[in-house]
Design a binder for this molecule. Structure first.
Ligand code: ATP
Length: 351
């Protein structure tokens, strides 16, 4: 059991705010991902939970008990970092066993625990090797096994995949997801990679400059981003955001006219995803009529981009779509999937 409550925790160094009023309850067995650009306070939040950093304000509770004053070793959390920090002189078996020795766990149980943990990350055949004789992915799995072997109440993982190449990252990501399901341990996972966040998380927390922007399931965040920052951070490509203005329900911007929007007159930002628009082929006029800026063949589709007063807008077209740069293209925006944001604050408007 490990429910973690973060009650308005903040971290300041002098006047610099690293994390501001982070308030969230993380359910037992939940896989929570902290996502945001470099420097937004993800690692600091995690270090406060681990006890490696004191919170300037606020309380951290595990299963209802305040742990602010507990030493890291007394918090029953296991951390996995992006640098694996393996002991170079010990073989894989000894590396995995190390936390059991340090914690004074009954030596009679070590062998079984080490073998069970190493089997979970498929390292059975590498137990005699030294870290230098392993690939990056294998080393990362040793680090995972070393965290698993402790049978902690909480896993904290800080960008554990960032040193791996793209292919290995995908397979190790799948393995972490499977492991977390099998182990059913509360996990907090830090990343700046939105795909990692979307694929792994039960819930995602998106942070910007120390402040939480939105907490939600991957689907909630994708479908209803709370503001333009979240909208442009999640999804590949990022959500199209067009700055324009509304008059009598009609949105206008360069090359763009969208009817039937429910918002008061004035400046506004219109958002829609690449898959929520299409190229018009039947000669009628879509909401955007502009010269093509670029075409990218992606295999399963073609990404068509136009430029509206400096803003790039990308739309997913059929994989057979062919045209030339500078040809005029007509794009139909599926208005029921549009998002409206306050032009000044970027906050989501309405539903
Ligand atoms: N000991 C410290 N003293 C002063 N400022 C610090 C300290 N540690 C971190 N910071 C600052 O706090 C902010 C948040 O840092 P943090 O490491 O939490 O970011 P992050 O989101 O994990 O970034 P990254 O993805 O680059 O690891 C950064 O601007 C960082 O420079």
């Amino acid at each position: 059991m490990a429910e973690i409550q973060l009650r308005n925790i903040s971290k300041r160094w002098g006047s610099f705010v690293g994390v501001e009023n982070f308030d969230l309850t993380i359910a037992d067995k939940e896989f929570l991902v902290l996502l945001g650009p470099s420097g937004c306070g993800k690692t600091t939040t995690m270090r406060m939970i681990a006890g490696l950093e004191d919170a300037t304000e606020g309380d951290i509770l595990v299963d209802g008990t305040k742990v602010n004053d507990l030493e890291p070793k007394d918090r029953d959390v296991a951390m996995v970092f992006q640098s694996y920090a393996l002991y170079p002189n010990m073989n894989v078996y000894e590396n995995i066993r190390f936390p059991l020795k340090v914690r004074g766990i009954d030596p009679k149980t070590h062998d079984e625990k080490v073998r069970r943990a190493s089997a979970m990350v498929e390292l059975d055949d590498f137990l005699h090797r030294k870290p230098a004789e392993l690939s990056g992915g294998q080393r990362q799995r040793v680090a995972l096994a070393r965290a698993i072997v402790r049978e902690p109440n909480v896993f904290l993982m800080d960008e554990p995949l960032s040193n791996l190449d793209a292919k290995l990252r995908v397979s190790t990501r799948a393995q972490i997801k499977n492991l977390s399901h099998e182990l059913a341990v509360t996990t907090i996972y830090v990343t700046h990679d939105q795909i990692e966040a979307m694929t792994l998380a039960d819930r995602v927390v998106i942070m910007k400059q120390g402040v939480v922007q939105q907490v939600g399931t991957p689907v909630e965040i994708y479908d209803r981003p709370a503001n333009t920052f979240v909208a442009s951070f999640i999804g590949s490509p990022a959500m199209n955001l067009i700055e324009g203005s509304i008059e009598n329900g009609v949105f206008r911007a360069k090359y763009t006219e969208v009817h039937g929007l429910d918002a008061p007159d004035g400046p506004i930002t219109l958002g829609f995803r690449a898959e929520d628009a299409s190229v018009v082929h039947d000669g009628s006029k879509g909401e955007i009529n502009a010269p093509i800026y670029t075409l990218e063949l992606l295999g399963d589709s073609t990404m068509v981009s136009v430029r509206l007063a400096g803003q790039l807008v990308s739309v997913k077209a059929d994989k057979t779509f062919r045209a030339e740069i500078d040809d005029t293209v007509s794009l139909h925006i599926h208005t029921d999937h549009c998002h409206l944001f306050d032009a000044k604050t970027g906050a989501r408007l309405g539903e």
